[in-house]
Design a protein around this ligand. Structure first.
Ligand code: PLP
Length: 340
């Protein structure tokens, strides 16, 4: 039995999810005629209390569509230095939107209003036009850290005062909502646009939803088309998202408990030097000096336990739908046997 802690994107659809796909009523979504996509978009807009929503093939696509829809070539996008939009989207901000970035060093992936304010360019022809701030909640490279709503409110105030738009990469927003017992609509109030992924903790094979005003989504439909992201019978995938909204949200608490147990064991382990606080389903840690993370990964791989390095020093464990309590027990026993 392989225990795959590399990412929450490795999950396979459950039989019930496959059944929901088989039963999906579909149509041509480029004609906006797919009833299941339309149902999902309507449902997500209602949950987040935002005007409109758009199905996208991936989290990268919905972030990039949002950035290109909010900005003009030559603008500057403000984001955290290890945020997904900057660090992991292949230079898409430059490639797709023709914008430059100003990256800020955050606290476990989270930036604050003071930093945002200080990073906005003055109205000066020598300077790029600061037009968009992107936040990430939870933060991937920040180890699943969550923003405080009050900080986001302060950032939004800064954005409003300086006429910037605020986008949320909410690839794992449902993890934050469950961990902090927050309401989706509170986020809908604070952001001009939100991207939510279904292919991570929610366990779907593909897809994201982009949320915003009707005017913004009209522009986003154009940009999605230009990116080649107009899918036809996407309802088969949207059906998995509808299924996940009903069946896979509350259970995220189990993933968080699993991550906490793993975090507590690592904290005490003689091979571990440092671990980031565990808030949701991601566990990021470093081994003691002289221990090679690649060797650690290889010895676990021989025992059919998979994890990832995310830098020379840092390792990552992700809990998800396909990780059971028994798998966590087995991993912790294996870890116990890996002494100095
Ligand atoms: C924070 C964050 N945003 C966006 C994405 C992109 O999602 P996708 O893999 O669907 O393009 C990821 C993927 O891991 C992510 O972690």
């Amino acid at each position: 039995m392989i225990i795959d802690f590399r990412s929450d994107t490795v999950t396979k659809p459950t039989p019930q999810m496959l059944d929901a796909m088989l039963k999906a009523d579909v149509g041509d979504d480029v004609f906006r005629e797919d009833p299941t996509v339309n149902q999902l978009e309507k449902k997500m807009a209602a949950i987040f209390n935002m005007e409109s929503a758009l199905w996208c093939a991936s989290g990268t696509m919905s972030n990039q569509v949002a950035i290109a829809s909010h900005t003009r070539p030559g603008d500057e996008v403000i984001c955290e230095q290890e945020s997904h939009v900057y660090y992991y989207e292949g230079g898409g901000i430059a490639f797709n939107a023709g914008c430059q970035t100003k990256t800020l060093a955050g606290d476990r992936g989270r930036i604050n209003a003071r930093q945002v304010l200080a990073s906005i360019n003055p109205d000066d022809a020598h300077k790029s036009h600061s037009s968009l701030v992107c936040l990430e909640n939870t933060s991937n490279r920040g180890g699943g850290s969550c923003y405080e709503l009050e900080e986001i409110e302060r950032i939004r105030t800064v954005c409003d005062e300086h006429h910037l738009k605020l986008h949320l990469d909410g690839a794992r927003l449902y993890n934050a909502l469950v961990a902090k017992n927050e309401k989706a609509a509170e986020f809908g109030k604070l952001f001009h646009s939100i991207s939510v992924c279904f292919n991570k903790g929610l366990g779907c094979p593909a897809g994201s939803i982009l949320l915003g005003t009707q005017t913004f989504i009209r522009q986003a439909i154009r940009v999605r088309k230009v990116f080649g992201g107009g899918m036809r019978q996407a309802g088969f995938l949207a059906a998995t998202a509808l299924y996940a909204l009903d069946h896979h949200v509350e259970r995220l608490a189990t993933d968080h408990q699993h991550a906490k147990r793993i975090g507590e064991a690592l904290q005490k382990h003689p091979l571990v030097k440092k671990i980031l606080p565990v808030e949701t389903n991601l566990v990021i840690f470093e081994l003691i000096d002289g221990k090679d993370p690649k060797g650690f990964i290889t010895s676990l791989k021989q025992k059919e336990i998979l994890l990832l390095t995310i830098s020379d020093k840092r390792l990552r464990i992700v809990t998800h739908l396909d990780i059971s309590s028994a798998m966590v027990d087995h991993f912790l026993e294996t870890l116990d046997q890996m002494q100095l």
